[in-house]
Ligand binder design. Structure first.
Ligand code: ATP
Ligand code: MG
Length: 160
């Protein structure tokens, strides 16, 4: 019922800054379970599928350039209320407004003011599905069934 899977991407800026481990640690610490994970360098066609909701927006060109500029770490995380929990941990889209304690708030400080002037996308390290429906569609877009794994973590003994 409240168990959900959600898609997280560590974007090229996070991979190139070599903070994959630090970001991943936060999700493991809270007890979320990694049920799928891989490194992928997506092309323009796949970017349009992933960000289909944004292709007509003014910032899309910059967004596609940003998400295709290097490999990303894609992961499917599972847990209770995983979608909203991960969004809370990730923080607001604009790192400048993201609260301290969130991933975007702690590791970045890009602002809309800066990206609007430069015609770039906001660099905010991470993507996380926004809703349960988005999560189901995104996990299916990024992972084949055989790339998703079912196993028990120690958290399950203590949380459920
Ligand atoms: P994501 O979908 O990547 O998790 P989000 O859900 O917080 O981010 P969205 O509104 O879905 O935000 O936007 C997708 C991505 O497009 C953002 O993460 C950011 O990189 C970029 N973006 C969104 N709005 C703007 C904007 N106004 N100017 C520049 N870049 C933007
Ligand atoms: Mg989004």
């Amino acid at each position: 019922m409240s168990f959900e899977k959600t898609l997280v991407l560590i974007k090229p800026d996070g991979v190139q800054r070599q903070i994959v481990g630090k970001i991943l640690q936060r999700f493991e610490d809270v007890g979320l379970k990694i049920v799928g994970m891989k490194m992928v360098w997506i092309n323009s066609e796949f970017a349009k599928k992933h960000y289909a909701a944004h292709v007509d927006k003014s910032f899309y060109k910059g967004l596609e350039a940003m998400i295709t500029e290097g490999p990303v770490i894609a992961m499917a995380l599972s847990g209770l209320h995983a979608v909203s929990l991960v969004r809370k941990m990730v923080g607001k889209t604009e790192p400048k407004s993201a609260e301290p304690g969130t991933i975007r708030g702690d590791f970045a400080h890009h602002s809309y003011e800066y990206t609007d002037a430069k015609g770039k996308a906001i660099k905010n390290l991470i993507h996380a599905s926004g809703t349960k429906e988005e999560a189901d569609a995104e996990v299916a877009l990024w992972f084949k069934d055989e790339e998703l794994h079912d196993y028990e973590t120690v958290h399950e003994k203590h949380v459920f």
